[in-house]
Design a protein around this ligand. Structure first.
Ligand code: TMP
Length: 193
């Protein structure tokens, strides 16, 4: 979130209080999950019969309606505007911000040997006087992204849990270590920077 703020992508993030808590702005969450995909995996592979790991011809953005009872169904722009979940202008903002974030994160993870296969974003409305701004909210983590080791294609994300592959914590720590968020100690523990 700090890095996104630094490149001019507005987020709800204000500051880190400790390793478990962040101070964030109070936003009105837009009821959409915005998924950006660079490589076929997960529900896209299942739905369209494209083998996992196939690079996509270009980055693809999908919208899902945030409704747990319905299992977050995929929706089209037609549904979003007809049911007033977001305006046409907001959809344009979501797509532009998502592509910008994808470019940034793809490079950030690529630099530490991690392939950004796909990820999910949520956005909120930040009311500032008469102005409303669309900002990134929620989280970006191995829980909401697919991260594969560039060399081995080993999964370093929540699919280790979803698919019962084991070593979930080790994979998350390795992502944090490569990004310089935690430092692996010789004794095997982690220390926080
Ligand atoms: P999918 O392939 O299951 O549709 O997931 C695409 C990406 O979105 C993947 O990185 C996981 C993330 N995601 C979430 O974070 N929360 C969700 O509820 C869903 C469906 C996907």
């Amino acid at each position: 979130m700090q890095n996104l703020n630094a490149i001019g992508v507005p987020t709800h993030y204000i500051k880190t209080l400790n390793m478990r808590e962040q101070l964030v702005r109070d936003v009105e969450i837009i009821p959409l999950e915005v998924v950006c995909r660079n490589v076929a995996a997960g529900s896209l592979s299942t739905r369209l019969g494209i083998e996992e790991g196939t690079p996509l011809p270009r980055s693809i953005i999908e919208f899902y309606y945030k409704k747990d009872e319905l299992g977050d169904p995929m929706v089209a722009e037609e549904h979003i505007t007809a049911f007033n979940w977001a305006s046409t202008q907001e959809i344009d903002d979501l797509m532009a911000l998502t592509l910008r974030i994808n470019d940034y994160l793809f490079g950030m993870f690529g630099a530490v040997g991690i392939k950004l296969v796909d990820f999910k974003l949520e956005f909120g409305r930040l009311y500032e006087g008469d102005m409303v701004r669309t900002v990134v909210a929620d989280e970006i983590s191995p829980d909401s992204a697919r991260l594969w080791d560039v060399q081995t294609n080993e999964k370093m994300d929540k699919d280790r849990f979803r698919r019962d592959l084991g070593n979930v914590t080790e994979a998350y720590v390795e992502v944090a270590r490569r990004l310089g968020i935690v430092k692996q100690q010789a004794a095997g523990g982690e220390s926080v920077h």
